[in-house]
Design a protein. Structure first.
Length: 404
């Protein structure tokens, strides 16, 4: 069952659909989708029947050809990471950029960070646009932005510790790398001025969030976004994520059929922009997996934390398994660390997977958990501490060597 949207959302959808049809070539074919005057009669049933937009649809157009405004009206251009194919460019007008900054500022205020607090923004080369958006939000919240490279050089650790940084904006895997780097440098991660972390850019299991909170003695909030919809700020929260009201509409659909799913069923997150000027998108398939959650006290849409991506699913003997599920099993065992990698293999005609993990525990406890909770096609290999790659931005958890 699709989310029941209120009258204000319906009006915003009418505007966004009409605006996209008028200004974006890809959506112009929808002008007569429901007959004469259909946009004025737009309701939930009609909206749910609109075609889904895919990243392939966006890639079919030249760079910025999906923009609804001339290039002269853009103030910023964002690019997707390009990890699954050619990058897609989107852009922002001045109004879009202001709305994005205010959304991020709201997230910072909600976690309780005081004005004037020093906020370190870690980024890698694939997250520069995200970092810039976060920096603007930090400033708008009345805090002090401190941009740092994601490669965590020794001087960066000194700056975080001795500079009394109170909040870090990063990916979850960067926080794991920061914990290791601080330990090697002789710093106690729990004995700093750090109070909060605002994390995004990667799926994160509940187990990993709790691990980060424990080893740093901080509170963690999750901020979700993607370049196609203006970067971070689509949804945020410390439990279920609240979809930013009046800016985005979320649906959870079956990735195979496109049919809407009820609350509590995992499926693909589909997003529609409600107030975007430069790059409006209708029913965009994110390929991220989440679940609908009960609405907030004022009717705000809520979704679960992102559980993973469709591209990362490991299919073994009929089971569809996400890396975050493996992550949770790893962190349930004392002596294992969140440094892990899943290697997909071919054993004759059968698909298998090897979980490589750093730690001091034996392989038997994790093997038993994976066989009991996931699939008996998993094997476990304990590897030397420091031998697996460390994150400087987004971390690749799955490596497929079946064709090698």
């Amino acid at each position: 069952m699709a989310h029941e949207f209120d009258e204000q959302t319906r009006r915003q959808l009418q505007w966004s659909v009409g605006y996209a049809i008028e200004h974006v070539p890809h959506y112009s074919v929808l002008a007569n989708f429901g007959g004469s005057g259909w946009i004025e009669q737009l309701d939930q049933k009609v909206f749910s029947s609109l075609p889904l937009t895919t990243k392939g649809d966006l890639r079919a157009y030249p760079m910025l050809a999906m923009s609804a405004v001339p290039q002269s009206e853009l103030v910023r251009v964002l690019a997707t990471s390009g990890t699954t194919g050619p990058a897609v460019l989107s852009g922002e007008t001045a109004n879009d950029a202001t709305a994005s900054a205010e959304t991020i500022a709201s997230a910072i205020r909600q976690i309780g960070l005081a004005e004037g607090s020093l906020v370190a923004v870690l980024h890698g080369t694939d997250r520069l646009a995200d970092a810039q958006a976060l920096q603007r939000g930090v400033v708008r919240a009345g805090c002090v932005a401190f941009p740092l490279s994601g490669d965590l050089r020794p001087q960066h650790l000194d700056q975080i510790v001795y500079g009394a940084v109170q909040c870090i904006c990063a990916t979850p895997s960067q926080m794991i790398a920061l914990h290791d780097a601080m330990g090697r440098a002789g710093f106690d991660p729990r004995d700093t001025a750090l109070e909060f972390a605002l994390l995004g850019g990667e799926p994160m299991s509940d187990a990993l969030l709790q691990w980060i909170e424990r080893v740093f003695d901080i509170a963690v909030a999750d901020i979700y976004g993607l370049a196609e919809l203006g970067g971070p700020g689509v949804a945020m929260g410390q439990g279920p994520l609240t979809v930013t009201p009046h800016r985005f509409l979320a649906e959870i659909v079956d990735p195979d059929t496109g049919q809407s799913l009820v609350s509590g069923e995992p499926g693909e997150l589909v997003l529609t922009s409600l107030a975007t000027e430069a790059f409006p998108v209708l029913r965009f398939r994110t390929r991220d997996i989440a679940m609908r959650q009960p609405d907030g006290p004022n009717g705000e849409q809520r979704i679960s934390r992102i559980q993973g991506r469709l591209d990362d699913i490991v299919e073994l003997r009929g089971e569809r398994i996400l890396p975050t599920r493996i992550e949770a099993e790893i962190l349930a065992i004392d002596g294992l660390t969140p440094h892990y990698r899943i290697v997909r293999l071919r054993d004759g005609d059968l698909d298998r997977a090897r979980v490589e993990v750093e730690g001091l525990a034996g392989v038997e406890p994790l093997t038993e958990r994976l066989h009991g909770q996931c699939s008996d096609a998993f094997t476990v290999q304990l590897v030397e501490p420091g031998s697996l790659p460390r994150s400087t931005g987004r971390m690749i958890r799955c490596v497929d060597v079946r064709g090698c």
